[in-house]
Design a protein around this ligand. Structure first.
Ligand code: AMP
Length: 471
């Protein structure tokens, strides 16, 4: 968790978010509402929509789930045929309306809204530089840096001003922007976060995950490629390649945990990748057991893959209560412990007297996993073996996934045997980095796996590294 100093300086550094945009639809706000609902797993803290009817732009932003923030009346008050929207996830410290998105600003070039998924690694130094020349920041989110850079650009054309701003920033951005008559979508040159383009009759849609296209019955056209910017206007879709090309480094954790299994991400079915991860895990860490159970929902598909390859029956030995938020958004350790019980319960009939393999996607702090193992044991399991479908998480993410710093990452400070002892498992097996890179069905390896390998494609430097190092 981030220190208070950083919270004040720049909100939460690792923001997990979802973005959506639609161009030329008579019910643009409604479609965006539906799209955001489908991206709710990417952020539950706040939601917002900006619309344009071609001449006037409107905005509504609020704290909470999409269904809490919007109702019929609010949607009716957002007329227009173009819209963008955002859902934001955050931890304590920056859970404030001023940090909710889209970031909507009036500039000398006209009004513009930005919806950003990702994290900039040089936001702190850029903010200081901009403040030094008179910029006044309203929020502590790094997206506002992009807005200021855009507002200061002297370039005559919209897409040139956005490029001007983005040439200054480093890090992860899948960005959707709306002005009165155009919608822009850009993915950073390394392509950390997903962004796809779809079509719904005469409308174009851009969004983080294809599951949002499915709900509104839009057809998936293609991914917006790393380093690509598209401008959607009356002329149709124009594509630009404004940045020097780089080898993409897409976030492997989108496949492991973050995206929905029914989405196509980075050209791959998330479901199929998770199945392959589970199978590879069974090959690396087999164990004599009676039943394979997932930690729902995050471990379900990998557990299916494990059970299939190990030829051990799969069962739902843990049942999730879907009406509580994810435990990791709760601030205090004491509440985190309580939260696991609120969320999960063991099925005695499935685990009693059995040698159980429990599969999850990752271990972060270890506190949730330890509670889960205890629960399975208390329900009468004879043995509990844990299998994790990713390598040990030993480094923080600077590119948009919320991870604590090394001191709170259990695998950064403990060996696998020590973690197994802490969790009270009979055995513990993680996916190896090598198996992830070669045997996980990911195809040509164009991924960032810095959270497992420490191999950061871009590094925060100077004042930014000091700031980021603290969180
Ligand atoms: P713990 O045992 O407390 O480390 O929690 C592990 C659980 O956290 C697993 O079920 C993961 O699916 C989940 N998890 C992994 N990464 C994240 C993340 N960035 N944010 C929230 N939860 C996560």
């Amino acid at each position: 968790m981030m220190s208070d100093k950083i919270s004040e300086e720049f909100g939460k550094m690792g923001e997990e978010c979802g973005v959506f945009g639609i161009y030329n639809h008579p019910e643009a706000a409604n479609m965006t509402y539906l799209g955001l609902h489908q991206l709710q797993h990417r952020g539950q803290e706040s939601a917002g929509i900006v619309t344009s009817d071609g001449t006037k732009m409107r905005v509504h932003i609020g704290m909470g789930l999409v269904s809490d923030v919007f109702d019929d009346k609010i949607i009716d008050d957002l007329p227009g045929q173009h819209a963008i929207g955002h859902v934001r996830y955050s931890t304590t410290g920056s859970s404030e309306i001023k940090n909710a998105q889209p970031c909507f600003v009036e500039t000398a070039h006209g009004p513009i809204g930005f919806a950003h998924n990702g994290n900039l690694v040089n936001a702190v130094s850029l903010k200081k530089e901009l403040e030094g020349v008179g910029s006044i920041f309203q929020s502590t989110m790094d997206t506002e840096v992009i807005a200021h850079l855009y507002a200061r650009s002297r370039k005559p054309k919209l897409h040139e001003r956005i490029v001007d701003a983005l040439c200054r920033v480093r890090g992860a951005y899948s960005l959707v922007a709306l002005v009165e008559t155009r919608l822009i979508a850009v993915r950073d040159p390394l392509g950390f976060r997903p962004l796809v383009l779809g079509r719904l009759k005469d409308s174009y849609v851009v969004t983080s995950e294809t599951c949002a296209l499915d709900l509104i019955e839009a057809e998936f056209i293609r991914e917006i490629e790393p380093g690509e910017m598209i401008v959607i206007s009356k002329k149709g879709v124009e594509s630009f390649r404004p940045f020097p090309p780089q080898e993409p480094r897409q976030c492997v954790f989108e496949h492991i945990y973050f995206s929905r299994p029914d989405s196509l991400v980075f050209g791959k079915s998330v479901y199929k990748v998770r199945m392959a991860l589970g199978r590879a895990l069974a090959e690396s860490y087999p164990v004599e057991a009676d039943v394979v159970i997932p930690v729902p929902d995050s471990g379900i598909v990998a557990a299916l893959g494990y059970a299939e390859a190990a030829k051990i029956p799969f069962a739902m030995g843990l049942i999730r209560n879907h009406y509580v938020g994810r435990t990791f958004i709760e601030p205090e350790q004491s509440i985190r412990h309580f939260g696991v019980k609120l969320k999960l319960n063991a099925v005695r009939g499935v685990v009693r007297g059995k040698r159980v393999v429990v599969v999850d996607d990752s271990i972060v702090r270890g506190t949730t996993s330890r509670k889960i193992i205890k629960m399975i044991r208390e329900a009468g399991a004879a043995e509990v073996h844990m299998r994790i479908s990713s390598p040990p998480t030993i480094h923080p993410c600077f590119f948009g996934i919320d991870t604590p710093n090394e001191t709170h990452l259990i695998a950064a400070t403990h060996t696998v045997e020590e973690i197994s002892k802490f969790l009270t498992t009979d055995s513990l097996g993680y996916m190896t980095l090598e198996a992830l890179r070669t045997g996980a069905g990911l195809g040509p390896y164009v991924y960032c796996d810095a959270c497992f390998s420490g191999n950061y494609p871009v590094k925060p430097e100077g004042v930014d590294s000091v700031q980021l190092g603290l969180f």
